[in-house]
Ligand binder design. Structure first.
Ligand code: ZN
Length: 110
């Protein structure tokens, strides 16, 4: 299974990273970014920062984008993570331009 060109870029651009990560850990505003306790290692002082397009933990070095976050947080494979994100965004129908359905009925469409 291949992804349509530009699919991942669009997925990354459209995913509200703060909303996605905010489901796993509580985020506090820090300047124009957000910070919270890292969901990937136990900590009491927030060293996990969320930026517009990526996250970074200054304690354990966890780093990545929306797809990476779902992979690490949910233990998902790359494609699974991409599908899950696409499902969250409700964009399945319009992403079906490679002649192949990206996801099945388990995902809500708009
Ligand atoms: Zn960490």
């Amino acid at each position: 299974m291949t992804l349509p060109p530009g699919f991942l870029d669009e997925l990354r651009a459209r995913t509200p990273l703060r909303g996605l990560i905010g489901r796993k850990t509580r985020l506090l505003k820090s300047g124009r970014n957000w910070k919270g306790c890292c969901p990937f290692h136990g900590e009491k002082t927030p060293s996990f920062y969320v930026y517009d397009d990526h996250f970074h933990c200054f304690a354990c070095g966890a780093h990545g984008d929306a797809v990476t976050f779902v992979m690490r947080a949910d233990g998902a494979q790359f494609m699974e993570a991409a599908e899950r994100l696409a499902g969250l965004l409700g964009r399945i129908g319009s992403l079906n331009n490679s002649g192949e359905r990206l996801c099945r009925n388990s995902f809500v469409s708009r």
